[in-house]
Design a protein around this ligand. Structure first.
Ligand SMILES: Cc1cc2nc3c(=O)[nH]c(=O)nc-3n(C[C@H](O)[C@H](O)[C@H](O)COP(=O)(O)OP(=O)(O)OC[C@H]3O[C@@H](n4cnc5c(N)ncnc54)[C@H](O)[C@@H]3O)c2cc1C
Length: 618
């Protein structure tokens, strides 16, 4: 007999960790109560996090398994989402969690980005599939907010931010995946100024569903006569149901769901093949109007930063709950005896958390999860600091924006690559039970795989880092980043607890700087093939360096705070955990940076030199 579908919440988060990051490590309180965060204080931030955690455990968390088991279905050309998703959508927007960071002009609460990402982590971690619908709607709204005409903003922004309507991003076509510029969808201008759209998009997340009354597709298409490649792409607003200027729904807009995909994970998220204009009746308008034709990619890039951080948050949310579930299991599952009694068959069985290798896996997951969270927080604090400047210091604003640009590929790639590996380690921690559906970690692992693929594969991110970001502002952004690490090393090398690890960080920083020069030399000497061969490796090195830096920074703070805490207070163990995570990561992961730098210096070309037929004889 098959086991019933779980409808209980299995999502877990460590709220103490959020408060440490926001207030002890990144000092958000210094920005609160001032422009543009005048209505936000420490109390508002803490109560929002507590309240949202309660919400996700009651509303979205219990739907995670149902979404996985039921998936989405296509009924009479319309997508039906899993049971409970519609009610959860209504509650999510009524509670205001999706609009917490939105500009008050569009009905939001204007929270700092650093607070918004905590809320997003809770939503994504509790139910990654469900989070896709609202995430894409939010992204579409941000594009219209940034680039739309005043009329488009008035018509779409608040409705998209409030969940009345939903949104999508339609880039991918069968022949145009990573190579977005190969898109063949077309747009023809009509006499009334609208455009007739035609083409088929594949893999469109939230491409159709029953959660909102309309779906607003943002579609990349080429206007007749526009240049080939990405330069000729325009972004069009294409509603599923046509709307008038007042937002009243009209006729269907000739957008058909040709199919939905059956996938490895995120089954509760509908992934659609969408046919636009099969009957010649699909109408759209360019985002920003006719003056913004061929601006689709620059507009998308603006959205991409937010979307890529969003994918990093999905990775963080899912891997964090995988780790915390594995930790709970390790405390109760009894197996084997303590190694000190290995000869005594009658020795008591102990919880597996007492075994050294299980502790290694738990600390490995903890260090990586908390490192990813710190990496994301570092990025969004740059955003919040830039916003708080309010145009007062252009040089400082440029510094913050430069760091955001530099860190986005790390957040997207490192978080997503690691998420899958952390979830796999969580399964390993459980043993056989982790491989079954009795526990949530096998779903987490399946759900997490997509994060390294969509929103640009992680190799595309790595090429963005080495091909574009390292050289941005004449290399000044990278120099500023390396300088920030160097300052920390200079300050903390003699630290009594983590001094040796900080010195190791200094060596890794030098190795990374050397590898950046290596990349430059390959560009300059025409050895261009070595660049993509080493791009992922360089992104990994820079991510590990950044994570080690931020974990060691946290350890310095934790060490000082621990001295003021009663050893029996739970904070004493919390701070000890922070210090141990940093030491572990610096000793176990940081050496990878040096090893990777040496591998880069070897200039290995075997993946290029091996003949195609040499891969296998089949
Ligand atoms: C569940 C799901 C949801 C999605 N949601 C959306 C969505 O909402 N909207 C949307 O527009 N798209 C969406 N996508 C599409 C997704 O963004 C693409 O799958 C992704 O960009 C990769 O494209 P592709 O699948 O065609 O792979 P390909 O581009 O064919 O890549 C295959 C492999 O080749 C590598 N590769 C490709 N080109 C190069 C190159 N020039 N140099 C080196 N390596 C290269 C890739 O890194 C990858 O390893 C979704 C996909 C999935 C599976």
């Amino acid at each position: 007999m098959s086991k019933p579908v779980q409808t209980i919440n299995r999502y877990k988060a460590d709220l103490r960790e959020f408060k440490f990051l926001l207030f002890e490590q990144f000092k958000l309180d210094a920005l609160l109560g001032k422009e543009p965060f005048t209505s936000w204080g420490v109390e508002e931030v803490e109560s929002s996090i507590n309240e949202c955690y309660r919400f996700v455990r009651e509303v979205t968390g219990p739907l995670n398994t149902i979404g996985d088991v039921q998936g989405c279905t296509l009924v009479d050309g319309k997508v039906k989402t899993p049971d409970g998703f519609k009610e959860a959508w209504t509650k999510l927007y009524e509670a205001g969690w999706k609009s917490i960071g939105v500009d008050p002009e569009y009905g939001g609460a204007g929270a700092p980005h650093s607070v918004r990402v905590v809320i997003e982590e809770l939503i994504c971690g509790s139910n990654a599939s469900f989070s896709m619908y609202a995430g894409l709607s939010h992204g579409a709204a941000e594009v219209v907010e940034a680039f739309g005409t005043p009329e488009q903003k008035a018509l779409y922004c608040e409705r998209l931010f409030s969940g009345k309507w939903a949104g999508t991003m339609c880039l991918t076509e069968e022949q145009a995946g990573s190579d977005v510029g190969s898109a063949r969808s077309t747009a023809k201008r009509n006499a009334d100024g609208t455009y007739t759209i035609a083409g088929t998009k594949i893999f469109i997340s939230a491409g159709d569903h029953d959660l909102a009354e309309n779906v607003i597709h943002l579609v990349l298409a080429r206007v007749d006569g526009a240049p080939a490649g990405t330069k000729g792409l325009t972004l069009f607003i294409v509603p599923k149901i046509r709307v008038d200027a007042a937002g009243k729904l009209g006729k269907p807009n000739d957008v058909k769901v040709a199919a939905i995909e059956h996938k490895m994970g995120i089954n509760g998220s509908s992934t659609c093949v969408l046919a636009f204009g099969e009957d010649g009746g699909c109408i759209g308008e360019p985002v920003g109007g006719d003056s913004k034709l061929n601006q689709g990619m620059p507009q998308m890039f603006r959205l991409m930063n937010g979307a890529r951080i969003g994918v990093g948050l999905q990775g963080l949310g899912v891997s964090s709950t995988a780790f915390l579930n594995a930790l709970d299991y390790a405390k109760v599952r009894k197996q084997g005896s303590n190694i000190a009694h290995f000869k005594d068959a009658t020795a008591p069985r102990v919880p597996i958390i007492e075994h050294a290798d299980v502790r290694r896996m738990l600390l490995d997951m903890k260090a990586r999860v908390e490192g990813i969270r710190a990496l994301i927080m570092k990025l969004v604090m740059h955003e919040d600091c830039a916003r708080a400047l309010g145009g007062t210091d252009e040089k400082l604003r440029q510094y913050h924006h430069g760091q955001v640009d530099l860190l986005v590929p790390l957040v997207k790639s490192y978080a997503s690559d690691q998420a899958f590996r952390i979830c796999e380690t969580a399964i390993q921690t459980y043993g056989g039970a982790g491989y079954t559906r009795d526990f949530p970690v096998e779903q987490y692992c399946r759900d997490a795989k997509i994060f390294s693929i969509y929103e640009g594969t992680n190799h595309i991110q790595a090429m963005d880092l080495v091909g574009r970001k390292l050289g941005q502002a004449g290399g000044a952004n990278l120099q500023a980043f390396l300088g920030d690490v160097a300052k920390f090393v200079a300050k903390e090398s003699a630290h009594p607890v983590i001094g040796p690890e900080v010195k190791r960080l200094g060596l890794a920083q030098e190795a990374l700087a050397g590898s950046a020069m290596k990349l430059l030399s390959w560009f300059q000497s025409g050895q261009i093939a070595l660049v993509p061969l080493n791009a992922n490796r360089f992104l990994g090195m820079m991510s590990e360096l950044t994570v080690a830096w931020l974990l060691l920074d946290a350890a310095v703070i934790a060490d000082a705070a621990a001295k003021k805490v009663d050893p029996k207070h739970p904070d004493a163990a919390f701070y000890a955990g922070k210090i141990n995570a940093a030491l572990y990561y610096a000793r176990t992961c940081l050496p990878n940076v040096d090893a990777a730098a040496k591998a880069m210096a070897d200039e290995d070309k075997t993946p290029i030199e091996i003949p195609d037929a040499g891969f296998a004889t089949v």
